[in-house]
Write a new protein. Structure first.
Length: 366
């Protein structure tokens, strides 16, 4: 925060002017004198002192202090999950190099070196782009708050940076997932609590947050699942990742059976919940991180290489040759090419066509 002035201008009779002495945070002293007498002169001297204190505060600010203010501001304008991601990128790739330095002394080359270090560590092009995005957001905030920062004219992501490869489930992996519902945990073989969640993700191409956000009431009497919310990694209920995330899916028979199996499992475990279809073990809202961690155990024990998000990409790979592109994008809530009139309303016939094709794919596979 800017240093608060605790003195007032005093009248200097010999000069017929107002004068004020102030001290900055680093001990530097400064004297300001008005250009005129009278009350306006007093206010003028004090205004000059206040402006110097404020500018001096930001000019001598360390990056760590500026970033703390930036994050505090972002918490009032962005979702918590995005703020957590921003701060994580800063602490991992920017802070080790620059946090202790005065902001105005950080050179463009030093900012760029943060990207270079992440690239040298083998990080994907997406991660490098995210680091650049964090920097750009910070530079914009500095500009809006008249904070001096010597930013690069352009921050480029290396063209040869690796693109993260996706490892989707193979045919044998899918058969294992739909036949083996157990996991070895602390030396004992037991049923994987999230087995039906993983299976439904593969059938419908859901995001894990969308799966966690499904309520019993989201499935109507016609067997249509209304995707209308998502739960992010820190437990916040949101409207979804994109504007196209809210959508309807007619559940194919394989999906309906998975849902019935999920309900039977909850009943067998004595978990009574009228809200969440896929709750946590305590019956309350699912912790998506817990589902992710259990998947890591399940996949490692079964020789599967795919991470949890790649279950959704498995769906796309399985049905993309059978399902028209527009219907595929509607089913998975894709963010691209979905803003045209054709995709704004999906007829019941399209929902039925999608369900039939998806069912056909899984009937052949399983």
């Amino acid at each position: 925060m800017a240093r608060i002035r605790n003195t007032e201008a005093r009248w200097i009779e010999s000069r017929q002017r107002w004068q004020i002495n102030v001290t900055g945070e680093d001990g530097e002293r400064k004297t300001f004198v008005s250009s005129k007498p009278g009350r306006k002169g007093k206010l003028e001297a004090e205004r000059k002192a206040d402006e110097w204190l404020e500018s001096g505060d930001t000019d001598r600010m360390r990056l760590s202090d500026a970033w703390e203010r930036f994050i505090a501001y972002k918490k009032t304008t962005c979702g918590t999950a995005w703020v957590v991601k921003l701060d994580s990128l800063y602490r991992t790739w920017i802070a080790p190099e620059l946090s202790a330095k005065r902001l105005e002394r950080i050179t463009p080359a030093e900012w760029k070196r943060c990207i270079a270090n992440a690239d040298a560590a083998g990080k994907s092009k997406k991660t490098l782009s995210n680091i650049r995005g964090a920097m750009t957001a910070f530079f914009d905030w500095c500009s809006e708050n008249r904070i001096t920062v010597d930013k690069p004219e352009k921050i480029s992501v290396p063209k040869d940076a690796p693109v993260g490869e996706r490892t989707i489930l193979g045919t044998n992996d899918i058969k294992t997932l739909f036949s083996d519902d157990t996991i070895l945990w602390r030396g004992k073989r037991r049923k994987a609590f999230y087995i039906h969640a993983w299976r439904l993700i593969v059938i419908l191409g859901l995001r894990r947050g969308e799966l966690a956000g499904i309520k019993h009431s989201d499935i109507d009497e016609n067997g249509i699942l209304h995707i209308c919310r998502s739960i992010n990694s820190i437990g916040e209920v949101t409207s979804g990742k994109t504007k196209n995330a809210r959508r309807d899916i007619l559940l194919p028979p394989h999906a309906l059976r998975v849902i019935e199996d999920q309900k039977a499992m909850l009943k067998g475990l004595g978990i009574a919940t009228r809200t969440w279809l896929f709750p946590g073990p305590d019956g309350n809202q699912m912790d998506t991180n817990a589902m992710y961690k259990q998947w890591q155990h399940y996949r490692d024990q079964n020789g599967i290489k795919s991470n949890l998000h790649e279950l959704r990409h498995t769906t796309v790979s399985l049905v993309k040759t059978e399902l028209p592109e527009d219907l595929l994008k509607q089913m998975i809530g894709h963010s691209e090419s979905m803003d045209t009139g054709r995709y704004k309303h999906v007829a019941e016939g399209d929902l039925e066509k999608t369900a039939n094709i998806v069912e056909g794919v899984f009937s052949k596979l399983l």
